[in-house]
Design a protein around this ligand. Structure first.
Ligand code: FES
Length: 207
C-alpha cells in the first residue's frame, strides 16, 4: 500500500517536472515583438546608416581620382619635347584622344590641347597639311589649328582640355575657364605639361 502511494507521488513529481521544462522551453523560444517606439528607432537607425554610407561614398568618389594617370579621363604628363614648333602641324596623342596644338595668334605663340572628336556627330577630324586645318571625314566640318570652327555642320569649335604648363622657374599657367589657347612665354623653358582629359571645356559656339 505504502509502495503504491510512493509510486503515485513519484509519478506526480515527474509530471510536474515535465510541465515545468515545457513551460521553460516555450518561454525561451518565444520572440517578443518590438514596440512601436523600438520599431521607429530601428527605421531611424537604418536611414541614418544609409545616409552616412552615401556621404562616405561621395567623399571617397571625389577624394580619389577615378582614372589612372595616362588613361583617357585622367591626366597626361607631356614631355615638352613633344610640342610642335609654333604654327606647325599639331601632334596627335591618340591614347588621350587629343591634339597638342601650338597656334600663333596675333603674333603670340600659344598652346592648346584639343579634343580630337568632332563636335558634330563625333567623328575624328584629321589634320590636313596642305589645307592647314582639321577636316572631318564624315560631314566635312573644318577647324583651324586653334580648334576654331571654320565651316560645316559642327555646332561649335573643337572642345579642349584643361592644361597646366610649368616653367623651369616654378611658375605655372593654366587654361582659363573659356579654354582659350595659353599664351607661352618663349623666354622661359617649359618643364612640364599636364593635360587633364577629365576636364573638357566646351566652347559656347563657333568661337
Ligand atoms: S561628325 Fe564631323 S562633320 Fe559630322
Amino acid at each position: 500500500m505504502a509502495s503504491a502511494s510512493a509510486a503515485k507521488t513519484k509519478s506526480a513529481v515527474a509530471q510536474s517536472e515535465r510541465a515545468g521544462r515545457t513551460a521553460a522551453a516555450a518561454a525561451a523560444t518565444s520572440v517578443s515583438l518590438p514596440s512601436r517606439r523600438e520599431f521607429l528607432y530601428y527605421i531611424w537607425g537604418a536611414s541614418f546608416a544609409l545616409i552616412a554610407g552615401e556621404i562616405v561614398a561621395g567623399v571617397l568618389w571625389f577624394a580619389f581620382p577615378r582614372f589612372a594617370e595616362g588613361e583617357f579621363g585622367g591626366a597626361f604628363t607631356i614631355d615638352p619635347t613633344e610640342l610642335p614648333a609654333p604654327g606647325a602641324a599639331p601632334v596627335s596623342k591618340p591614347e588621350g584622344r587629343f591634339w597638342l596644338s601650338r597656334p600663333v595668334m596675333d603674333g603670340q605663340d600659344t598652346f592648346v590641347a584639343l579634343y580630337g572628336v568632332c563636335t558634330h556627330l563625333g567623328c575624328l577630324p584629321k589634320w590636313v597639311d596642305v589645307n592647314n586645318r582639321f577636316e572631318c571625314p564624315c560631314h566635312g566640318s573644318k577647324y583651324q589649328l586653334s580648334g576654331l570652327y571654320i565651316s560645316g555642320p559642327a555646332p561649335r569649335s573643337l572642345d579642349r582640355f584643361k592644361t597646366t604648363i610649368t616653367y623651369s622657374d616654378g611658375t605655372t599657367v593654366i587654361t582659363d575657364a573659356a579654354g582659350d589657347p595659353i599664351p607661352l612665354d618663349d623666354s622661359k623653358i617649359i618643364q612640364a605639361i599636364r593635360v587633364d582629359t577629365g576636364a573638357r571645356i566646351k566652347r559656347p559656339g563657333k568661337v
